[in-house]
Design a protein around this ligand. Sequence first.
Ligand SMILES: Nc1ncnc2c1ncn2[C@@H]1O[C@H](COP(=O)(O)OP(=O)(O)O)[C@@H](O)[C@H]1O
Ligand SMILES: [Mg+2]
Length: 335
Amino acid sequence: MSASSPILAVNDLSIDLFTLHAGVRPVDKVSYSVAAGETLAIVGESGSGKTVLNFFPLGLMPLGVSVSITGSIRFDGKELVGAGEGLLRKLRGGSIGVIFQDPMSALNPARTICRQIAEVAELHLGLSAMQAEARALDLLKMVRMSDPEARLRQYPHELSGGLRQRVMIAIAIAAEPKLLIADEPTTALDVTVQAQIISLLRDLQKRLNMAMVLITHDMGVVAGIAARVAVMYAGRVMEYGPAATVLTEPRHPYTRGLIDAIPRVDDMPGTPFRGLPGSPPVLSAPIKGCAFASRCRHAVETCQTARPPLAATNDRHVLAACPVVNGNSEVLYAG
Ligand SMILES: Nc1ncnc2c1ncn2[C@@H]1O[C@H](COP(=O)(O)OP(=O)(O)O)[C@@H](O)[C@H]1O
Ligand SMILES: [Mg+2]
């Protein structure tokens, strides 16, 4: 596989969930790709389907939900939709490293940090217990853990949230994955620690030349880490393109709203939240037109009835699912 062909290609992916009470479609015809060694940010409000999209197809989902997946996910030449649990188990923690939002619930409270990291190295790299423990120490150094020798003997509850997330990262990269999927890795952490973890992820991604999918609800963390960004809303990709362009010249009204919601350094105390008024649609009812139409001040009649395709804008590298932008961007942002 050449360096420029995608390591991950998601095509027309839809995911339906059925619980005892209802069916929902949290992922609705989503397409994107990630090149080897590239970072893609997936941004969207809570409930927009980011976790379901990234983890359910890998077999990482809660019990009691039945899942139907259509479309295609090609990872490193293999099709994951419809793949058996054997392949998925081999990939998880192997060629695909995963980091969860809440490190405490992902770590085993009863085992030492050393054991939890070493286990992955034994399973996926075939190392002996002694080799794996040496690797665990190296990994703690790689994630810039202070006093790594002492940390190895500790248990998760003895560590702060930020240190636990470093352990999660060490576990995720233990088998030198080709792809790292980090699901809101800093949401549960203090602001100062957030910046350290993001910078650690960026450095590791470069150093190990991994592809990375960074999931976040915060547009503020995208700049400086992601080459490209996919903006999700109600299970759909609304805008997709180079991060620098999307952040400075958002095409889709939803992207514009997310960017306006980033707090600014020069905000006066008491500045009202500039976020989007209204709330995302309920996913249990099928959405006919544009999922954002009810909150969009630029919506025209067709937005209520026809789903706008993700199509090239006046910049062909930027795709947006908005007929108003795609038809005539001047109309949208004039004034
Ligand atoms: N365990 C579950 N059971 C039923 N529905 C779920 C479950 N997890 C997620 N969903 C549905 O999928 C939607 C998207 O969830 P999720 O992917 O967790 O959003 P995000 O990660 O963007 O915050 C939710 O709004 C909900 O409707
Ligand atoms: Mg989530």
